[in-house]
Design a protein around this ligand. Structure first.
Ligand code: ASP
Length: 334
């Protein structure tokens, strides 16, 4: 194999190893191991989405990938590594080289999976460094367009009486839609038939096609289907109504004791040098100020987080607080 045909990852690994050796002998490692922080990035960055393409996590990732790439002067390439409620992609990212070239976009599932899985392959708090929060997205309770219930109050009555025959779609144990489905079943005191997918992109396709009945998912995946009438919407899961879907009542307004929203954040393996993380954080903050990102998120019922939330510190505090919260609410081991 000629040097020209070597995969870029191999070339970079060699360059990184040589640079790391130099750095170690010269002046320390900048807070971690395995990267050349001063020249980072010299190559494209892979951003892992732990769910299917076309779903809400994927949508948010693709929105910020381009402006982050512009800020870093490389391409940020989105890679979907779906399965097991986002834990397959989480495990792959945890084992990646800690050089900043593999970044994980994940969501609230990083705080629920440690409770829901007995044998999670990674510890979200110790196997990763946090880069910053990205956005916090409301969820919507929706059903196939010909579902029997007409409004939220009617839905509550219908679901209580017919739970056995209701098929609830979600993105696997540990996903946000799974979490919202659990909260909904708990609030109603019922059990649905659960139908897991590798992401709510494919779940939405089946809901629109009428193969499943019900789903609770981010507005970043449901807004256009709600607006064009290809699904029926009942409520949002935030304490306040969502501006772009202002006709929809909140779950609380409808008599449903349910409140949840899906926060997203970026992670890198724990040994990634701090100065590499700092460069990624800076690029994230630049992307969140991009007018296209702001406008597109608004159309999808959400907004970038404030700059002081797009930091490793705010993100790691959120992860800790949410992990403790859900550990006290969710059933251990699923
Ligand atoms: N919305 C999904 C979830 O329930 C994941 C996705 O496809 O983005 O976690």
């Amino acid at each position: 194999m000629s040097p020209r045909s070597w995969p870029t990852r191999t070339l970079r690994a060699g360059a990184v190893a040589a640079a790391a050796l130099l750095t170690l002998t010269a002046c320390g490692d900048g807070g971690g191991e395995g990267g050349d922080a001063a020249s980072f990035p010299e190559d494209d960055i892979s951003m892992i989405v732990p769910f299917s393409a076309g779903g809400p996590t994927d949508t948010v990732t693709r929105l910020i990938a381009e402006p982050m790439g512009e800020a870093l002067e490389v391409q940020v390439l989105v890679e979907n590594v779906e399965g097991a409620g986002g834990t397959v992609g989480g495990a792959e990212a945890a084992q990646a080289d800690p050089d900043g070239y593999t970044v994980l976009m994940h969501h609230i599932g990083m705080s629920t999976a440690p409770t829901l899985y007995e044998d999670l392959a990674y510890d979200p708090q110790t196997d990763f460094k946090t880069v910053g929060l990205v956005t916090e997205v409301p969820m919507t309770i929706i059903a196939r367009k010909d579902f029997e219930a007409t409004d939220a109050k009617d839905l509550i009555t219908y679901l209580k009486e017919n739970a056995d025959s209701v098929n609830l779609a979600h993105a696997g144990v540990g996903s946000a839609s799974n979490l919202c489905g659990l909260l909904l079943q708990d609030a109603l005191g019922v059990t649905f038939n659960e139908v897991p997918y590798d992401g709510t992109g494919p779940a939405m396709t089946e809901l629109v096609g009428g193969q499943v009945d019900l789903m609770c998912d981010q507005t970043t995946n449901t807004s256009s289907q709600i607006k064009d009438g290809s699904v029926k919407a009942y409520a949002v899961t935030t304490p306040e109504r969502v501006e772009s879907l202002s006709d929809l009542p909140t779950a609380q307004e409808s008599g449903l004791d349910l409140e949840v929203s899906v926060w997203h954040g970026l992670y890198v393996p724990a040994e990634t040098p701090d100065d590499v993380v700092a460069k990624l954080t800076e690029a994230l903050q630049a992307a969140l100020k991009d007018q296209t990102v702001i406008d597109e998120m608004a159309k999808l019922g959400t907004a970038p987080v404030a700059e002081d939330q797009a930091t490793p510190e705010a993100h790691s505090a959120k992860l800790k607080e949410q992990t403790e919260l859900w550990a006290g609410i969710l059933p251990a081991g699923g």
